[in-house]
Ligand binder design. Sequence first.
Ligand code: AMO
Length: 442
Amino acid sequence: MKVIEGIRPIKEGIRINDNNQYAEAEGFVHRVRDMGKFSFIVLRTSRNLIQCVVDSEKCEIAKTGVGNGINEGDCVRITGIKVIEPRAEGGFEIHANKIEKLSQAYAQPPVNITKHKIDSSLDVLLENRPVTLRHPKERAIFKIQEGIVRAFREFLHEHDFTEIHTPKTTSAGAEGGANIFKLDYFGQSACLAQSPQLYKQTMVGVFGRVFEVGPVFRAEKHNTTRHLNEYISLDVEMGFINGMEDLMNLEVLMLRHIIQSLKENYSKELDMLKAELPDIGNVPVYKFKEAKELLAKEYNRKIGGNGDLDPEEEVLLCRYAKEKHDSEFIFITHFPSSRRPFYAMDDADDPGFALSFDLLFRGLEITTGGQRIHDYNAQVEKMQRMGLDPSEFKHYLLIHKHGMPPHGGFGLGLERLEMQLLGFNNIRYASLFPRDVKRIAP
Ligand code: AMO
């Protein structure tokens, strides 16, 4: 009988024995420096760079991989004595007794990934993504991304939310507008999900509180620094709310938890990227109308426009929030109803405006959310008012027909949040393999 072994216990690419004297580390040869009698090999493990000292007379080099010697890019396992060395990363180095060469690299990286920073244009960075992601600073971005999602999940689980997975191929777009990717689905017209909106509401009728982390697709034709054609949406939907404020409070608490968790578990990566995390105190709230008036008064902006905030206005509102309220975040609520989707609930006291909000952070919208219509008649009536045919939404309307609590939620763009946290001027830096108008590979 064949026995299947368990996973070898190893943490961040290194295992240290019980008496803290011996270490076994596995990873990639990041840098080699030949000092004559001995060499320094910097090993890139899954999260760290470990300095190893190799005296070729004392060290056994087991060449299981092809080729001569040990070169940058090779995969190796190094065992040896753990020696305290304050100048080395992590405060120690390994004096190698043995190097097992596990495989060999066949080419030099297209860009130098051993320098302090990758010195190339965004295009070159993305074109060579499978290799450039190996640079410690590049991978730090995505370690932090893991941290954001992990803390998001942790917070919501603690507050009784159930994680769901909804389909990404759908029969109709949830958000409306022209930015829908159409596809042929066995002869039937279908599209890629613009958001899990209708499904997450549906699941409130099942679990009460739900969330999802998943890709969404937007056929935006504009190549901007803040839009991707596929991004990761952090979606939340909560039933039995007393009003939109419950959702805004939830989001603030959630963001505080994310920041705290990043500080506790990802300080190494945050330091590497010189990230300045925000303190999240009370987040100021302005109605859309007030925000427009404020922009006119404080910054001479013309009132009018298209019922939304343009990018410059988002920057100005954040500047105002910082100066006036010492907050890097600002909520804008009560957008004109005509500019919000059919599922948005209107304010009973001010029917031209929807109970919806945007959260702006350091000059950029990172979230849209709001309260939804839960009453069947009200939803059918609003669809008709907006020129939509309720029969095309017959599955969605089943939830209203069979009873829905007052509910609402929000969608947070993962790459946008990270881009603002790390101070990037282009969203593509925060996406592993960005999809934009010109790029669908790698
Ligand atoms: P909305 O369309 O505003 O709302 O999207 C929510 C958040 O998703 C991010 N985002 C994007 N990020 C990168 N590239 C894009 N092209 C892009 N478009 C949007 C932004 C934005 O704030 N269903 C609603 C949410 C809800 O009400 O629950 C929705 O999808 O950070």
